[in-house]
Design a protein around this ligand. Structure first.
Ligand SMILES: [Zn+2]
Length: 299
């Protein structure tokens, strides 16, 4: 069985260097094992999206030689699949309506959830969210990069939203349905998503999907420790500088290209990266060198 991986960006802005690192790591991890690498655009939340961002991200991946297999999948076109899965959860009694607002949860001092709506169901089903009961109070998984992770959920703390009060499907549900539908065997992504994993494992179990293997690379930060993200306006990367950026990305991931690759082309660098891919060499902390700006970036 070949392994199948994916890169799943949200089109909330152009690709930034942190996302490029995640895409590259996932690509090398899969290609080094002769697997298939897919791209899925997670455009589930229109108000947060930026027009043209999805195309920009795809063009940037191509410019870096990160070519994907098959068609790009868009979550905005898959609501039927998510609805079906939600119905399964409702029918089997693990999803329940919840009309708690964030404000109410805050006022009750709730961490995670307190089971309120399971005991006192909302009077009407208009504008309700659906939560899934987290049935496994103890969970662990072995992350290929971060090692063993343990989780313990008290009461209804772990119950999580799969359908939002604003009528949108939640990230957790869409991701799990898509990973199963696309036959994803290996997920490599940023460690900002690591604590979503137990919820996704729970959903996979409830929906009868096989769990993929998980690997989380550290989230890259600025030298001052601040996360490099769309939220703090990390600049888009400039494909003009792709050779330098690719070299820098490989080095940051601990896969430093050997000196004899000084004149290598993009393809040669990627081929080298596949042949020499070593997840164990990824450093525990990824941070940009101080005072040394990434080429092609405006700060
Ligand atoms: Zn509630």
């Amino acid at each position: 069985m070949p392994c199948i991986g994916r890169f799943a960006p949200s089109p909330t802005g152009p690709l930034h260097f942190g996302s490029l690192l995640a895409a590259l790591a996932s690509y090398l991890d899969i290609r080094s094992r002769n697997g298939f690498w897919k791209v899925r655009v997670e455009d589930l939340d229109p108000p947060r999206e930026q027009p043209g961002a999805a195309d920009h991200i795809l063009r940037t991946l191509e410019a870096f030689g990160l070519h994907w297999d098959g068609e790009v999948v868009y979550q905005s076109q898959r609501h039927d699949l998510y609805q079906e899965a939600l119905q399964v959860l409702i029918d089997q009694g693990t999803a329940y309506p919840c009309n708690c607002s964030r404000k109410q949860l805050r006022a009750r001092g709730v961490q995670g959830y307190d089971g309120h709506c399971l005991h006192q169901p909302p009077p009407a089903l208009a504008n309700v969210a659906y939560r899934v009961r987290h049935l496994q109070p103890r969970q662990h998984f072995n992350d290929r990069i971060q090692g063993r992770r343990d989780y313990h959920w008290h009461g209804h703390q772990g119950d999580f939203v799969v359908f939002r009060r604003d009528g949108l499907f939640a990230y957790q549900l869409a991701v799990v349905v898509d990973d199963a539908d696309q036959g994803i065997t290996d997920i490599l992504r940023g460690s900002d998503l690591i604590d979503e994993t137990p919820h996704q494992l729970e959903l996979q179990q409830q929906l009868g999907y096989p769990p993929p293997d998980y690997a989380h690379i550290p989230v890259i930060t600025h030298a001052n420790g601040q996360k490099l993200s769309k939220q703090n306006l990390a600049p888009a990367i400039d494909p003009q500088d792709r050779l330098t950026l690719l070299r820098q990305a490989l080095s940051l991931l601990g896969q430093g290209p050997s000196p004899d690759l000084a004149d290598a082309t993009l393809t040669e660098l990627l081929d080298w990266g596949c042949l020499n891919w070593n997840p164990a060499a990824i450093p525990a902390v990824l941070s940009l060198p101080a005072a040394k700006h990434l080429p092609g970036q405006v700060y």
